[in-house]
Design a protein around this ligand. Structure first.
Ligand code: CU
Length: 307
């Protein structure tokens, strides 16, 4: 009996640490939609159509130059469903149990599908940021997500022009220094009752592209208080308000950060000052030399997978 208990415990541990994560459901306006569930949906008959684009498993994207960085592996092509959401509404992403050691920033971007999202190639998207969480008051955004029941909520800007968009959610896990793990995914949404706002050129970025040259910190040794989330500022629509005024409305202007995730949110991205220019060459040494770290799940996880 004792042997059985030990084995069962071991097995449970392996199962737990081997799981990385993905979004299982998305909610807005009181409506919830299932995400693409990679370990069960492929085996259903008929195979369900989801509002979230297909992913192959719960693992990360490791290459920032691959088109997979846009909407995960296989997510460059569309699904045949869209989620109706009102401009100005909150959208909540429900993740699988996120690993505590998979610390890092959380961001949400959108890109117009220029029509029908089901035929839109994600890597052609011109993405604008609607929400971000970095490192605030000693806490990574991923920790906030866990504390909030493995959920993250972002606001769809109230003035955003109606139409179909991809909403790209992402956690970047920084536990393996020098090898950031990207966990993106994309919901196809149909924004209704929007305004006239469009992002300006300086608010747009691309995937792949945005992470080129970005220097991730060593989360164990660097001073993280200066960490600036990668990419453009969260859209404010302020700089096109003169040429393209937002009509006055009772709900008035909804701040892109009204969900309150981040006080570091509005810091401008600086390409010229990497957070830690030297960490990539020394990360392996640092990792193996580290004696102070006691992230047993993290170490076991690394051994038991390619990540
Ligand atoms: Cu992982």
């Amino acid at each position: 009996m004792r042997h059985f208990t030990i084995l069962a415990t071991l097995f449970a541990t392996v199962t737990y640490v081997a799981a990385h994560g993905y979004v299982t459901a998305v909610t807005a306006d009181g409506q919830s939609q299932s995400g693409w569930l990679p370990f069960s949906d492929p085996y259903l008959s008929p195979v369900p159509t989801r509002v979230i684009r297909k992913i192959p498993n719960d693992g990360p994207v490791l290459s920032i130059s691959s088109t997979d960085i846009a909407c995960n592996q296989g997510g460059n092509v569309g699904t045949n469903d869209t989620f109706d959401v009102n401009a100005g509404s909150d959208m909540t992403f429900k993740w699988t149990n996120w690993l505590e050691d998979h610390k890092g920033p959380v961001t949400t971007f959108m890109a117009s599908c220029n029509g029908d999202c089901s035929s839109f190639t994600a890597s052609n998207g011109k993405w604008f940021k609607i929400d971000q969480g970095g490192y605030t008051n000693g806490q990574w955004a991923s920790d906030k997500l866990i504390a909030n029941g493995n959920q993250w909520t972002s606001n769809i800007p109230a003035g955003l022009a109606s139409g179909q968009y991809l909403v790209r959610y992402e956690i970047v896990a920084l536990h393996s220094v020098g090898e950031p793990q990207y966990y993106p995914g994309c919901v196809q949404v149909n924004v209704k009752n929007g305004g006239a706002d469009q992002p300006s050129a300086s608010e747009l970025t691309s995937f792949p592209g945005m992470y080129n040259g970005f220097a991730w910190p060593d989360i164990y040794t660097d001073n993280l208080n200066g960490f600036v989330v990668a990419g453009p500022k969260v859209v404010s629509f302020a700089d096109n308000s003169t040429s393209n005024p937002t009509p006055p409305s009772s709900s008035s202007s909804v701040s892109p950060n009204s969900s309150g995730h981040s006080s570091t949110a509005s810091r401008p991205y600086s390409t010229s000052t990497p957070a830690n220019p030297s960490n990539t060459s020394t990360c392996r040494t640092k990792r193996s030399a580290s004696k102070k770290r006691s992230f047993s799940a993290h170490r076991f996880h690394r051994r038991s997978s390619n990540h």
